[in-house]
Ligand binder design. Structure first.
Ligand code: NIG
Ligand code: FE
Length: 419
């Protein structure tokens, strides 16, 4: 039997525990379930007890000697961070495009000229499964080094059945072989491939009739995502794809209103999407509709920064009652980062979230955005022991001392994987 782990003397333990189940909005985003001088008892990969150090010391008095003891004096402990939106399994690099964009070429122009998503699609098609596994493993390792224990990952750099399946199988392999939990999303509708230019409806049919059934049959995805954007997929096409996915049990997500206001937020509410992503240009009506439907806004401030765009109106969304999650959007074009702490800092600086809201957005609400809040996202009895230990004294410092990796250790399902 593996030894129990007792993490004690934690200067600040942010449990994120709350009595209310489900996505948190408004004031609930500031309830971090803080315990000063806290401690956690872990056994069998599961959290067995959460409380003050004194409480657990008394409760486990007869068993303290058999435990691995971690002294977290002067440290912050949080749930392992969760990244609910990435395109992590891709081939190649787009460093040259970064230079082009700095020279002034717009992101969508690069894509329309055959670069951008199309360039990565070519490189992903050319990569073998082994090559993709090696590249993606490096990124997942880096996520873990930044305190992340669960990552959602999208296909979408295939845009043909063969490569979409290749990306999804790579993610399945990594889910089985990497400590990080990788939650798969099918995103065949990431762009219209060049051979379908002018025949967009045909591509939508192909996706619905030929791709979705195979993905569902092989159980390779839980979610279905669409890039609903002017010049990519219209709201009508997006709705068709998402409704078709629902018939196979795939939960809708939408890349919405990123470059122009296009009714994406409204559509997310209409189809009952679990989350809508980006939302830089979301309309007031769209925001209200999301608050009403309970659709989570998954905001990506690093992408806004990287594209030199105004970030989404995170503050306003929270005030309007939308539950907000945040994510890296890790992808080779608009946000090649694996740092969720950076994203939390940017959520504060660019979207005026408070440090407490940013932490909720990167843990509990992020878990909700991938339908995992029953087992991760907070440190509560019975939940997975996915834990991050930080070299700072409190959660405010984690947001305030930006641009530096404060991570000290990570446990994934009770096993120490960093530190
Ligand atoms: O979420 N907006 C569409 N898709 C990605 C970018 C993908 C790429 O540039 O390769 C995103 O930002
Ligand atoms: Fe994305």
């Amino acid at each position: 039997m593996k030894k129990p782990i007792w993490i004690k003397n934690i200067q600040q333990l942010a449990t994120l525990a709350s009595k209310k189940e489900g996505p948190r909005s408004k004031e609930a985003m500031s309830e971090l379930g803080i315990i000063e001088d806290g401690s956690l008892w872990i056994e069998g990969g599961i959290i067995q007890a959460v409380g003050s150090t004194i409480e657990l010391e008394q409760r486990y008095a007869t068993r303290v000697n058999e435990a691995d003891i971690v002294d977290a004096t002067s440290h912050l402990v949080t749930p392992g961070l969760i990244d609910p939106h990435t395109h992590v399994a891709y081939g190649g690099s787009r460093a040259r495009e970064f230079e082009m964009r700095l020279e002034g070429v717009p992101y969508m122009d690069i894509m329309n000229a055959g670069g951008g998503i199309h360039a990565t699609t070519r490189m992903t098609r050319e990569s073998t499964e082994e090559e993709l596994i090696i590249q993606t493993t490096k990124r997942l390792d880096s996520f873990m080094q930044h305190g992340v224990t669960t990552v959602e990952g999208k296909s979408g750099y295939g845009m043909n059945l063969e490569t979409e399946l290749k990306q999804l199988r790579v993610m399945k392999h990594l889910q089985e072989n990497h400590p990080i939990d990788l939650v798969p999303t099918f995103m065949g509708a990431h762009a219209v491939p060049p051979d379908y230019k002018g025949k967009e409806e045909e591509f939508v049919d192909h996706l619905i009739l030929d791709m979705l059934p195979v993905v569902a049959e092989e159980k390779l995805a839980e979610f279905n995502d669409v890039f609903c954007e002017k010049g990519v997929f219209t709201p009508e096409q997006s709705e068709r794809i998402l409704e078709a996915g629902k018939k196979y049990g795939l939960i809708p997500k939408i890349h919405a209103d990123e470059i122009v206001a296009y009714g994406g937020a409204e559509l997310a509410a209409k189809v009952g999407a679990i989350s809508a992503e980006h939302l830089l240009k979301a309309s007031d009506e769209g925001i209200k509709a999301m608050a009403k439907s309970g659709t989570i806004a998954c905001l990506l401030p690093a992408t806004a920064l990287y594209l030199r765009e105004e970030a989404a109106e995170g503050r306003k969304m929270i005030d309007e009652g939308v539950a907000v999650a945040i994510s890296t959007d890790c992808n080779p074009g608009s946000s090649p980062t694996t740092s969720m702490p950076l994203v939390m800092n940017l959520a504060c600086i660019l979207m005026r979230l408070t440090p407490a809201e940013a932490l909720t957005a990167a843990t509990y609400n992020a878990a909700c955005a991938i339908n995992r809040q029953d087992r991760i996202g907070s440190l509560e009895v019975g939940k997975q022991a996915d834990i991050a230990l930080w070299n700072v004294k409190n959660y405010q410092e984690l947001q305030y001392l930006f641009g530096v990796n404060h991570l000290k250790a990570v446990w994934k399902k009770g096993i120490k994987v960093v530190g």
